[in-house]
Design a protein around this ligand. Structure first.
Ligand code: OAD
Length: 251
């Protein structure tokens, strides 16, 4: 008798072919092994910093210099980080499956750096700034503490980080595409997210209710763990393991 695969149940693997529709929703946990702190949990950023003073439109109106300092601080950490085996494994999955997509809540750009291109970025991009008057988006190169805040190259107005803050709407086109992907997935992977921040947190349930197999990679429990196949491991080990099982299943 053949042993059950370690990560993905055989009942799912035996239905896989290159047209299988697979979507991966990722969160801060996938970048943890690249050295980028997550938001929640014991060492999470929101344990040390107050989100309402740094990641809201009100905070930016009140003190844009402090908000820019916070993003410069995070750019500094992210700029030194590299994609880890989990990012690379997802980039490989895109090559194996015609209908493979990533929906990410991360703003660190590591999926793109690993080579993924079918990407929905729900929460923005830390390497972009946006004019608060005209909405012009420009590249936001790493800065350092004390640098002047960026001004719009076309109109001179203040620029803000091109990040979705608490209380703001997500980019409508990316969100619509994410809902479509969730409704149309055969397999929905949820990797390194606490599944607490909406609307991203609704996507796994949408996929599940539409009939997708739900697979969660997270060393800890989340609200999804009860209904998903829960792989209680770090992404850097589990996601390459899943890739290998997909490869073998494709033959
Ligand atoms: P969280 O910090 O809320 O959750 C990270 C999750 O990753 C936790 O459930 C951890 O258990 C898990 N985790 C930690 N290390 C891991 C590893 N090596 N492998 C796999 N999982 C691991 O981050 P998000 O769910 O992404 O919003 O947070 C959602 C949003 O809240 C973020 O996008 C951010 C934040 O405020 C914005 O910046 C707009």
């Amino acid at each position: 008798m053949k042993a059950e695969p370690k990560y993905i149940p055989q009942s799912i693997l035996s239905h896989i072919d290159k047209d299988t529709r697979i979507t991966a929703l990722t969160g801060a946990g996938i970048s943890a092994e690249s050295g980028i702190p997550t938001f929640r949990g014991k060492d999470g950023l929101w344990k040390k910093f107050r989100a309402e003073e740094l990641a809201t439109p009100e905070a930016f109106r009140k003190d844009h210099r402090t908000v820019w300092e916070w993003y410069r601080f995070r750019q500094d950490i992210i700029g030194k980080a590299s994609p880890n085996p989990a990012h690379h494994a997802l980039a490989e999955m895109e090559k194996l499956f015609c209908n493979f997509h990533i929906i990410t809540q991360n703003v660190d750009g590591l999926h793109r750096r690993a080579g993924s291109s079918r990407l929905c970025c729900l929460h923005g991009d830390i390497w972009e700034a946006r004019c608060i008057r005209e909405g012009t988006v420009t590249a936001c190169l790493p800065g350092k503490d004390g640098d002047p805040v960026p001004l719009c190259p076309s109109c001179g107005a203040l620029m803000r980080p091109n990040i979705v803050w608490f209380g703001e709407a997500l980019p409508a086109d990316e969100l619509e595409k994410s809902y479509r992907l969730a409704r149309g997935s055969d397999i929905f992977l949820v990797i390194g997210t606490s599944s607490l921040v909406y609307p991203a947190a609704a996507l796994p349930m949408i996929a599940y209710q539409a009939g997708a197999a739900l697979i969660e990679v997270n060393p800890d429990e989340s609200p999804l763990s009860e209904i998903a196949v829960h792989i209680k491991e770090k992404a850097g080990t589990a996601v390459p393991g899943i890739l290998e099982e997909f490869r073998s299943a494709l033959g």
